[in-house]
Design a protein around this ligand. Structure first.
Ligand code: AMP
Length: 189
């Protein structure tokens, strides 16, 4: 079975963004990143952007209500009919349940949840180094540790959620971008 309706999961710094770009290019499906949509809203100064900015800068989660609304709007668009890669959504159990409802209403369902597994300590080190070089507001040590805690507490339970539904495919995210990309292509085939 080939997966075209995909949820991509993984802790911050697992290389989700990079791998997402390669997957959507290979499969010709839209890349739906709630993080990108929220950053665009912040930049445009919309009402959602104004609400989300401080929360995002602190490494915490924007409310389920807001992200569920923007995910539903995006998934309802024509180009998501034949597949999509969700990156950064869902991030909580309520979002995962809401996603089932959204896809139900659209008359479709997920094909798989691709989870990148990594060594979190190695990742924290890598993120800290990147933060030092780039000086990102959401990338200082406290924020990085907070994002990791939020991931463990809110998002890691989704692994069981998708495992129970027989949708979970775990792929090691350790190694070079090419190595991980090859593993993903194999897994999605
Ligand atoms: P990302 O680019 O996916 O790491 O998202 C950047 C930030 O946007 C996160 O740290 C959250 O503050 C917010 N965000 C993105 N997606 C979600 C989501 N599904 N639920 C809650 N907050 C989100």
């Amino acid at each position: 079975m080939s997966c075209r309706r995909i949820v991509l999961l993984g802790p911050p710094g697992a290389g989700k963004g990079t791998q997402a770009a390669a997957i959507v290019r290979d499969l010709g499906i839209p890349h739906i990143s709630t993080g990108d949509m929220l950053r665009a809203a912040v930049k445009a100064g919309t009402e959602i952007g104004l609400k989300a900015k401080a929360v995002m800068d602190a490494g915490e989660l924007v409310s389920d209500e807001i992200v569920i609304r923007i995910a539903e709007e995006r998934l309802s668009q024509e180009d998501a009919k034949n597949g999509f890669l969700l990156d950064g959504f869902p991030r909580t159990l309520s979002q995962a349940e809401a996603l089932e409802g959204i896809l139900d209403r659209l008359g479709t369902k997920l094909d798989c949840c691709l989870a990148l597994t990594v060594d979190t300590e190695a990742i924290v080190k890598r993120l800290l180094k990147r933060a030092e070089i780039e000086g990102r507001a959401d990338d200082n040590e406290d924020t990085i540790r907070e994002r990791m805690r939020v991931y463990e507490r809110e998002t890691a339970p989704l692994l069981d959620f998708y495992r129970e539904r027989n949708l979970l495919i775990e792929v090691s995210g350790m190694g070079t971008v090419e190595e991980v990309g090859e593993r993903i292509r194999e897994a999605l085939r």
